[in-house]
Design a binder for this molecule. Structure first.
Ligand code: KIV
Length: 259
């Protein structure tokens, strides 16, 4: 088993897992110092390309961004989202997941869904492709993005699906916007780590979209905490640069070449 996956599994009930998304090298290399998992999420569709849904993200786009992220990730576990319509059956999933693993040299792929993807997960795991699961809000297929676990039938279904996915061989699971008590039960019942986004501190770890955390995106989701207003910092730097260019204070001779 991949050493990084072993490390992730060993942290269950011992230490929280820190996970963030990255879409390119420079950010990835910063996150790599602080994270257990760096995820190339298909959220890049809305964050970078203004797509209305992650359905529009292609396999090639995921591969290009992941190749860039790979250059920055040296120690963390690197996971890549399989985009919509690239894992509709076990054969298609295996072909595309193999391509992602080969082209990006990532450690694992992430797939959204429960019961419907069990045979797909089994196929990938059998072929030594580590899989991270994803339950709760499923951005690739859900119509409504409201939190999950309000009704008891839904709670039972999500718990059951998490257990089935674990039996199918996933090594970890993202729980997106799942009600607090349900995340607690799932986290307790599974022996693999749960990684929450909007699913409370009951999960074994947390993930956020980096652009939301640093204030680079406009998103104001309830579950996001903005740790810095990076737009303000960039604005100040660019304003200063503009002013110095206009006043001929930049570049100075030390920034220029002389024979
Ligand atoms: O696409 C993504 O960034 C994700 C995380 C939000 C978990 O799936």
């Amino acid at each position: 088993m991949n050493e990084n996956i072993k490390k992730i599994l060993n942290k269950k009930n011992k230490s929280k897992l820190v996970c963030l998304t990255a879409y390119s090298k420079n950010i990835a290399s910063i996150l790599d110092k602080h994270c257990d998992v760096v995820l190339v999420g298909d959220s890049l569709g809305s964050v970078l390309y203004n797509y209305k849904s992650t359905k529009e993200v292609s396999l090639n786009t995921m591969i290009s961004h992941s190749r860039s992220v790979r250059l920055g990730v040296k120690k963390s576990l690197m996971v890549v989202d399989m985009p919509f319509n690239t894992y509709r059956n076990p054969k298609e999933a295996l072909k595309n997941a193999k391509l992602v693993m080969k082209k990006t040299k990532c450690d694992a792929v992430k797939l959204e869904g429960g019961k419907k993807i069990l045979s797909i997960v089994k196929k990938l795991v059998k072929n030594k492709i580590p899989v991270m699961g994803h339950l709760g809000i499923l951005p690739q297929t859900d119509k409504k993005f409201t939190f999950k676990g309000k009704k008891s039938f839904e709670r039972n279904r999500i718990l059951k699906e998490a257990q089935l996915l674990e039996s199918a061989g996933i090594f970890s699971i993202v729980l997106e916007c799942i009600e607090i008590q349900l995340s607690k039960v799932i986290t307790k019942k599974l022996s693999i780590p749960t990684i929450g986004i909007g699913s409370s501190a009951n999960c074994d770890g947390q993930v956020l979209v980096i652009d939301d955390l640093i204030g680079l995106s406009e998103n104001k989701f309830k579950f996001v905490k903005r740790y810095i207003n990076i737009i303000k910092v960039i604005n100040e730097a660019v304003k200063k640069y503009r002013s110095e260019v206009l006043k001929k204070k930049f570049p100075k001779s030390k920034h220029s070449f002389k024979n």
